[in-house]
Design a protein around this ligand. Sequence first.
Ligand code: ZN
Ligand code: ZN
Ligand code: ZN
Length: 477
Amino acid sequence: MKLSFFKLSLVFLSIFFALSCEDKSLPLTGQEMTLETTVINVTNHNGRAFDTGKNNNGSRYFTSGPGGGVMMQAFYWDVPAAGVWWDTISSKVADWSNAGIESIWLPPCSKAQNGAFSMGYDPTDYFDFGNYNQNGTTETRFGSKTELMSLISAAHSQNMKVYADIVLNHNSGGASEANIYTGGNTWTDFSGVASGKFPRSQHDFHPNNIHSNDLGVFGGFPDLCHDVANVQDWLWNRNDGVGKYYRDTMGFDGWRFDYVKGFEPSVINQWNSNVGGFSVGELWDSNVNYLEWWANNANSSVFDFACYYKMNDAFDGNNLALLYDDMMWKRNPFKAVTFVTNHDTDEIWNKMLAYAYILTHEGYPTIFYQDYEAWLNKERLNNLIWIHNNKATGTTSILYADTDEYVARRNGYNGNPGLVVYLNNSNNWQERWVPTNWNNTVIKDYTGHSAWYPTTQGNGWVKIQCPPKSYSVWSVN
Ligand code: ZN
Ligand code: ZN
Ligand code: ZN
């Protein structure tokens, strides 16, 4: 016991001496501060921002700034029913656009089995947008077709893109029919959909005369077979089919594909090559190899569930060194859509650190409606969105990480200086010398959390600080 106490005292003594030496040497005169560090260059490309592509008229919408855009997930589980949601979102798009939001992701907008109560993920009639009396209601949970179309044009008038949530793994709400493939009765008769468009029967679902199944079924829902010509025609080939009707008549600019684990990535690849527009798949899996394989084969972006789970472990488990680990945005920042929570999963409690992470790093960051409108500080989120759009440029290098501190650098692009982000998950203010790309330059913290205006040394090194349980983001003043 005595021996270990003695050792401990020595440790404290040396820390004390180290601190006092450092204090005496400040301010530095003539001699430059240089510290050992291992800079990890995470991405390697020419520095360009994530690009969501052109809309279907070929004109660019939102001018998001050099850092790229930010997506808003414009719903949660369960939004108020009674057909008011499209109008609720319409009333917010101007504010969101002013805050720097580039695009909105809407819930599945067509009539589903559960009618006025459904969140849309049990689709019956892809062409009933709340304009047919079917499944017990005319309007969907979110409103009427007219209200949906006026929401889309309200968003377009704010130069924002609108992404539709497309459920094409399964259907629900068909009539029962005798099924020659199963020998029993199945709910696969969609020949009577009110719109009269995309009639389906047992031959369009698994099992059928092509095969017994694809990669996955969802719940007990009839599982669409994308190898059937009728299905391919109505989903992406026909000009009056789902993809092109949603694009040309409804005005959607892109797609969020639900439950893409349920079928081959070639399905989304065919949709994208026939319909076009921005595309992101919900592949709910933390395996980066799987995410990257899917994104390449689907020719689509993918939600970065690897990043999501790493952030949960890093921020809630108090080990920021886990942010060194592999994530989809590190594999391919141009096919990664990052997020902190969504309508299905909300596990990260340390949310502002997570938003500070995704809004300063690469990929296409998503803001969750409830975080923005109800749960977190909107001014703080708006500040991070501004930083993302204006300063988060170039490739990424990690400068330092341990259990409760993390410092990374965006290396700038095309004259934009980039940034240095400092995350602090400890209960104390932290300071750290870090290597920047800026020499003899005054920098500041664009979050306003620190009042310092330090000048970088001739070799780029500078000392920055971060408040407890918070973040700071430094760039050229
Ligand atoms: Zn099939
Ligand atoms: Zn399936
Ligand atoms: Zn957690």
